[in-house]
Design a protein around this ligand. Structure first.
Ligand SMILES: [Zn+2]
Length: 291
């Protein structure tokens, strides 16, 4: 059907011309160039980065004694109300898993990257402390931290979790669980549970950074669990170059500003840093001390 002459012209959106996919070496070169030119980088990490340090995922940890429980029995407000000592035991073991682990080359490369760009926002979906132990400060935590606890009745504030290095429930079961200094309710892990929203302040800060950044570096996440999954695509929609580092690109979006870097983060990120900054002056940080 022809348009009448008085009809406003239609905006035509041309599909991008077909191009050959870049080789891995070309991808790294393009990604490195983007990192060098960036003034504000967002780093966004998921479970894959922790897995490369040997930290089991939530579901992978559901073995042995824990295999009989549904995830919701260990990580939901109802599960906590039903058996708070069981939930504390679960999280004590998760903290023990993390204490046994060490930052891997991906954490180290990301800390080095954060130290050398003028503005870097580090956002994680992980609840361990490996970014901090690798030397990254100021991490925006979308799912909270294993190493903090807060009031289960909703009082504001968080305090460090007890140093339960042995992986035991505080002595005395429920009687040993710390209580809120304000209201007396049981303290709970400061992590996001099934059925709970992400912390709004952290998510809004992450969203603002995604909108403002030049390069958004997504590492070790399939980007399929909303709302966090939308952050890379928000960044792309606002003009950022999005680098996706993951062993598989299944489930990831594609587009002209999205650059896949397929492989383990602990291998690909050091390569990327070498490509971007080799021979250039690095602002050194003190090496992390093992814990
Ligand atoms: Zn309270």
């Amino acid at each position: 059907m022809a348009f009448s002459e008085s009809a406003p012209p239609k905006r035509r959106v041309a599909s991008p011309p077909p191009t050959d996919p870049l080789t891995r070496a070309e991808q790294l070169t393009v990604a490195a160039r983007a990192l060098r030119a960036a003034e504000h980088i967002c780093i966004f990490t998921g479970a894959g980065v922790s897995a490369e340090s040997g930290i089991p995922t939530f579901r992978d940890a559901l073995t042995g004694h824990w295999a009989r429980f549904a995830p919701e029995e260990l990580a939901s407000p109802q599960g906590f109300a039903d058996d708070p000592a069981r939930v504390w035991q679960w999280y004590a073991e998760r903290r023990a898993d993390v204490r046994r682990a060490l930052p891997n080359p991906a954490h180290t490369a990301l800390a080095a990257l954060a130290a050398r760009v003028s503005h870097c926002t580090v956002i994680t979906q992980n609840v361990d402390d490996l970014h901090e132990r690798a030397g990254t400060s100021a991490v925006l935590r979308l799912h909270g931290s294993l190493f903090h606890i807060r009031c289960s009745a909703g009082c504001a504030g968080r305090v460090p979790a007890p140093d339960d290095a042995a992986g035991d429930v505080p002595a005395g079961g429920v009687e040993g669980i710390p209580r809120c200094g304000s209201c007396g309710a049981l303290m709970r892990p400061d992590v996001v549970w099934f059925g709970e929203p992400l912390p709004m302040d952290a998510f809004e800060a992450a969203r603002s950074a995604a909108i403002a950044c030049d390069v958004f570096l997504s590492v070790g996440t399939s980007n399929m669990v909303e709302p966090a999954a939308s952050l890379p695509w928000i960044a792309a929609a606002h003009g950022a170059t999005v680098l996706v580092v993951n062993p598989t690109m299944a489930g990831q979006r594609s587009g002209p500003s999205i650059l896949p870097i397929e492989g383990p983060a602990g291998v690909m990120l050091p390569r990327l840093m070498a490509e971007a900054f080799v021979g250039r002056r690095v602002r050194r940080q003190d090496p992390p001390s093992p814990r």
